[in-house]
Design a binder for this molecule. Structure first.
Ligand SMILES: C[S@@+](CC[C@H](N)C(=O)[O-])C[C@H]1O[C@@H](n2cnc3c(N)ncnc32)[C@H](O)[C@@H]1O
Length: 276
């Protein structure tokens, strides 16, 4: 059997590296997911580690980052054209800064997706960070032998996305589409452990305590409407208090992204669920 057919129903890995990505936590999540997931809703999609692992029958995925969600749409609908376009990129510092300076608003969706993957792979540490004007500002990563993507991985991801609705916007948009029985995984920007540990610039807006409260109300609402809900966040008194009364467990995570070096090493994070 060809390799790509064999892999069609297996868990896949994310195509991109993403701050706060959950790939390394999947092993600890296995016991925390519902036993059976038919339909998944993931409104803070990022790299999509949970979706690619669970391989649900149907899904709605969403994120506020427009370049990110445009990328997934192009991967789903135009994988061959995207692979062809990726061929023109070269991995040099001068070229990286030229691509970084392009204005996505002046480009086609295909060119934007191609630029997105290029900057994600060759930018420093796979970060996608924008300033308050929404302009990408990650420096060149100097990774000499890194491949942009393995063709077969992109084709497999494309096939997996075919059964998926892709939205783009605030988390409330995807939550409007939920129905009883669906599994909702919520992975927002984390509540910072301290003021200096803040990394919330995936998009040009930040995700502060008011946003965390709004999300906790949405969690309650989903619970009342019969969805199964699982949420990740940092272990702070504020988050524990917001979700008091729900099933809270601790997992151990290795934090990699923190410019001051603070918060590196093994940290406790929380997984909060409305089911056992
Ligand atoms: C912790 S990351 C998600 C990581 C993802 N689970 C993974 O495995 O890669 C949080 C995501 O929330 C997105 N985000 C930030 N504010 C948002 C909002 N108000 N609504 C929806 N998504 C938002 C960010 O763009 C980022 O991709």
């Amino acid at each position: 059997m060809p390799d790509c057919h064999r892999k069609q129903n297996l868990p896949l890995k994310p195509l991109i590296k993403w701050a706060g990505g959950k790939s390394r936590l999947i092993a600890q999540f296995l016991f925390l997911f519902p036993v059976k997931v038919n339909f998944l809703v993931e409104p803070f999609f990022g790299g999509g580690a949970v979706f690619f692992h669970l391989n649900p029958t149907g899904a709605i995925i969403s994120d506020k980052n427009e370049e990110l969600m445009n990328f997934y749409r192009v991967v789903r609908d135009h994988p061959v054209e995207l692979l062809a376009d990726l061929q023109r990129h070269v991995n040099t510092e001068e070229y990286y800064y030229r691509v970084r300076s392009l204005d996505p608003a002046q480009m086609t969706s295909l060119e934007r997706a191609s630029r997105f993957l290029y900057l994600n792979k060759y930018g420093y540490n796979g970060l996608w960070r924008v300033n308050s004007k929404g302009i990408h500002n990650v420096p060149y990563g100097r990774y000499k032998n890194k491949k942009l993507v393995h063709e077969q991985d992109l084709i497999l991801v494309s096939a997996r996305l075919k059964k998926t609705r892709i939205l783009c916007g605030d988390f409330s948009l995807a939550l409007e589409e939920t129905e009883p029985g669906m599994f909702v995984y919520l992975d927002p920007p984390y509540h910072p452990l301290s003021e200096t540990a803040r990394f919330t610039s995936y998009t040009s807006d930040s995700f502060g305590e008011e946003e965390q409260r709004r999300l906790a109300r949405a969690f309650q609402n989903l619970d009342q409407r019969g969805c199964r809900v699982m949420l990740s966040n940092s272990d702070t008194p504020f988050i524990r208090e917001l979700y008091r009364g729900y099933n809270i467990v601790e997992v151990k995570a290795r934090r990699a992204i923190n410019c001051k070096g603070e918060g590196r090493g093994l940290l406790t994070e929380l997984v909060i669920r409305n089911y056992h």
